[in-house]
Write a protein that binds this ligand. Structure first.
Ligand SMILES: Nc1ncnc2c1ncn2[C@@H]1O[C@H](COP(=O)(O)OP(=O)(O)OP(=O)(O)O)[C@@H](O)[C@H]1O
Ligand SMILES: [Mg+2]
Length: 326
């Protein structure tokens, strides 16, 4: 159903959009509220991105943005993800949670800070192992601050035409200079790495330099978040452009147990589960894989006809998933 909805596009009054609305209504009536919310988000985004090609998006702050497109194929250089679709239920160790909350608090207090000539953190770099919440943290910052969320589309930014990648980046940053939003440069090392590519050395060098400049000059009313899992290979010059650099670590025992319990919220869980032993087995696993193991464990329990999930189901799920561990 989600895949089907992702492929729907059109104007608000098109028949296909009306049918999609009716499906959402009927899912909601069946008690599938969460699914209905996600479908609404996807639909809104598709109708919106269709409109944004022609017109402007308006956000709750009353500002508008026409997301710029690349010159050749008219592909938007960023995509807006609707609030309903933002992932935000995160489990983080206290010291990381505090750092992220600090960014949110500074944003909320930006006017008070300005009275003292102070500025909130606006350029954030998140790094760490895959599946530990880098992209999710950016979404959650948007969720908690109420800012709209825009995700940069590098495949649209990087053009094979000389000079255009740099122009695209500049265009995008000009557009957000007066539009309050969280702008996510997800896996932005894509640009920095591409510099190694022989044919494009000159061009990519220019693009990295433009990226340095636009980051440095960004003085807009929102927050720019970049993520990477390749801290080591990022240019030191890029690192210096950020107001805060935060590592998202793999979950510790306490976080593992909380992620498991949160993920299993909809299923009955045995009182005798050996959380301690299970958490020990899952040390050094990514948060994403822990979520998958919990969900697979729940399926194993349901398929075996049990009323509740117990230690054995989770252990079997760990066995089945251990090859996915990175
Ligand atoms: N801290 C966390 N708390 C709860 N769930 C998490 C956390 N981190 C990751 N997850 C789960 O893992 C999924 C993937 O997370 P996310 O996309 O943020 O990872 P990432 O660090 O950006 O990984 P990648 O480097 O592969 O892009 C989330 O949708 C969520 O289900
Ligand atoms: Mg990611």
């Amino acid at each position: 159903m989600l895949r089907l909805f992702r492929s729907i596009e059109g104007e608000p009054n098109d028949d296909i959009i009306k049918v999609a609305d009716a499906i959402i209504d009927s899912e909601r009536k069946k008690g599938h509220g969460k699914l209905a919310d996600r479908l609404t988000g996807i639909l809104k985004r598709n109708v919106q991105s269709n409109q944004s090609l022609k017109g402007e998006l308006k956000n709750i702050f009353g500002s508008t943005i026409a997301i710029p497109t690349d010159n050749r194929k008219n592909i938007p250089l960023a995509v807006e993800i609707s609030r309903e679709e933002l992932r935000h239920d995160m489990v983080l160790p206290a010291f990381v949670e505090e750092k992220i909350q600090r960014i949110e608090k500074e944003y909320v207090a930006r006017e008070r800070l300005a009275l003292f000539g102070l500025e909130p953190k606006r350029r954030i770099l998140l790094h760490g192992a895959p599946g530990c919440g880098k992209s999710m943290s950016a979404e959650r910052i948007a969720w908690n601050t109420g800012l709209p969320f825009l995700k940069v589309r590098f495949e649209a930014i990087i053009s094979s035409y000389l000079g255009e990648s740099a122009t695209n980046l500049t265009k995008l940053f000009e557009a957000i200079a007066s539009y309050p939003c969280v702008l996510l440069l997800d896996e932005f090392d894509f640009i920095a790495k591409a510099r190694g590519d022989k044919q494009d050395v000159g061009e990519m060098h220019r693009v990295v330099n433009i990226l340095l400049n636009v980051l440095e000059d960004y003085n807009g009313p929102g927050i720019v978040v970049a993520t990477t899992n390749l801290q080591g290979s990022i240019d030191q010059a890029l690192f210096r452009r950020f107001d805060d650099i935060i590592e998202l670590p793999k979950p510790g025992k306490r976080e593992i147990t909380r992620i498991l319990k949160n993920t299993l919220g909809a299923i009955k869980v045995s009182k005798d589960i050996d959380w301690n032993g299970i958490a020990d087995d899952l040390l050094d696993y990514s948060a994403a894989l822990i979520v998958k193991i919990a969900l697979d464990g729940a399926k194993i329990a349901v398929l075996s006809g049990k009323q509740e999930i117990d230690t054995l189901h989770l252990q079997q799920s760990i066995q089945e998933n251990k090859n996915y561990k990175t």
